[in-house]
Design a protein around this ligand. Structure first.
Ligand code: ATP
Length: 224
């Protein structure tokens, strides 16, 4: 079993005045995969945003490599790749220019071709991004994962828009990443095959779906 990488304890998230989840715990080791499941609105994207440091939990703690990172997301932010629903692609640039811009690598760096090739985007290297289909745009976004190495991939519904062959390319990329010590957390509504994942179902922590949980809308305790 790998070393401990990232964990959260008693995490509570409130958005727009509503409690999204309460008392959520997770634990992720190196070389591991954590899959976030749960119905619409149960808080998968919110949790991923917390884990990428874009959103603060209302309560609870985050630990990165045994260091308390609750109030200092900078501790882990440099070690993660976050890919959300939007692909964050610059439409006026080509596929290759987008990857170069995003990764900070030179346009002729062989790493870029390797990353594009893994997601079968090499034939489209010089295509302007505004001409890409939605699945091709997603594949370009996913190529970033390989253009610069980060320990943890945080992926919000990464397979949306991908055809079956492209989902398999994503599965292969995850397998390779884990084999070299990397970890992945992803939210999904459709199957993405990975070996020995841990599953976290957000439904269990959502007052919207779980009437046993207390709603913390009027909770006084708050440190943000
Ligand atoms: N920017 C926001 N401001 C306020 N509330 C928000 C915001 N974004 C999401 N929410 C609320 O947070 C709750 C959880 O949403 P979230 O997107 O995290 O769920 P999800 O499990 O990812 O859903 P889905 O499966 O539909 O993608 C929802 O009730 C939603 O309305």
């Amino acid at each position: 079993m790998g070393k401990s990488l990232f964990s959260g304890e008693n995490l509570t998230c409130i958005r727009g005045g509503r409690t999204v989840f309460i008392g959520l715990n997770f634990h992720l080791n190196e070389s591991s995969a954590l899959i976030l499941e749960g119905p619409n609105g149960s808080g998968k994207s919110s949790l991923i945003r917390i884990l990428s440091g874009l959103l603060r939990p209302r309560l609870g703690s985050l630990t990165w490599q045994e260091q308390d990172a609750t109030k200092e997301p900078e501790i882990f932010q440099d070690h993660i790749h976050y890919i959300g629903h939007r692909n964050a692609i610059k439409l006026v640039l080509s596929v290759q220019e987008n990857l170069s811009y995003w990764s900070g690598l030179n346009k002729d760096d062989p790493q870029l071709d390797k990353a594009l090739d893994q997601f079968n985007m090499l034939p489209l290297k010089n295509t302007p991004a505004n001409l890409l289909s939605s699945g091709q745009s997603r594949r370009l976004a996913l190529s970033r994962l390989l253009a610069s190495k980060r320990k943890l991939w945080l992926l919000d519904e990464p397979s949306v828009g991908l055809d079956i062959a492209s989902v398999q390319l994503l599965e292969q990329a995850i397998t390779k990443h884990r084999a070299s010590g990397g970890s992945v957390i992803f939210a999904t509504h459709s199957p993405i095959k990975v070996t020995t994942p841990t599953i976290l179902n957000l439904r269990d922590y959502s007052p919207l779906y779980n009437r046993g949980l207390v709603n913390l809308d009027d909770e006084e305790e708050c440190w943000i």
